[in-house]
Write a protein that binds this ligand. Structure first.
Ligand SMILES: [Fe+2]
Length: 176
């Protein structure tokens, strides 16, 4: 389950987190991962066939989200300390940026940290297995792994052509 760290408080209760993130324009939910996928999810890495099995096992979730949010596509990202080029990959997203499409993640193993600057407030959302988060287009954020250096996340897209980072200089924003 997620934890939200604000300057003034830490939120670790699902309904409080939902309420706070919704106020900031983000969607948040928490979905259990299916027991049938546990063996695969417990592996550190996954080959292409195994990734496909995981996505197939989560097809019901995709159908549900497609209906609700009109996503067109999904893929699976598997990151850990032995992925070649992992530092370069992370360096692309650990600086403040936004996208012209929504950034949607369903964390199915491991954990990571999203940071945001919204309405002048800087805060962190520590995500873990089961967390579903949707960051609207043009929302300033960054992402990094935590010390465990391991995450598996399904990405859902409405239009992946818009899904490139546009970097933002934090110094130009007024942050409380
Ligand atoms: Fe991003």
């Amino acid at each position: 389950m997620a934890i939200v760290i604000r300057k003034t408080e830490t939120l670790n209760n699902t309904s409080q987190i939902k309420e706070f993130l919704n106020k900031k324009g983000l969607s948040y939910d928490s979905f259990a991962t299916p027991e049938s996928l546990q063996t695969l999810l417990n592996q550190k890495g996954l080959n292409d066939a195994e990734k496909e099995s995981v996505l197939t096992g989560l097809q019901y979730r995709f159908e549900e989200l497609k209906e609700k949010y009109h996503y067109q596509a999904r893929d699976l990202v598997v990151l850990h300390d032995e992925v070649p080029g992992i530092s370069d990959m992370l360096a692309k997203f650990d600086k403040l940026h936004y996208h012209t499409d929504e950034e949607v993640r369903y964390i199915i193993d491991g954990s990571g940290v999203f940071g945001f600057i919204i309405e002048g407030e800087k805060f962190e959302v520590h995500v873990a297995t089961g967390d579903f988060i949707s960051i609207p287009q043009n929302t300033n954020h960054w992402f990094t792994l935590d010390e465990k250096k391991r995450i598996k996340a399904v990405r859902y897209f409405k239009d992946n052509s818009g899904w490139v980072p546009v970097y933002v200089d934090e110094k130009l924003l007024s942050v409380n």
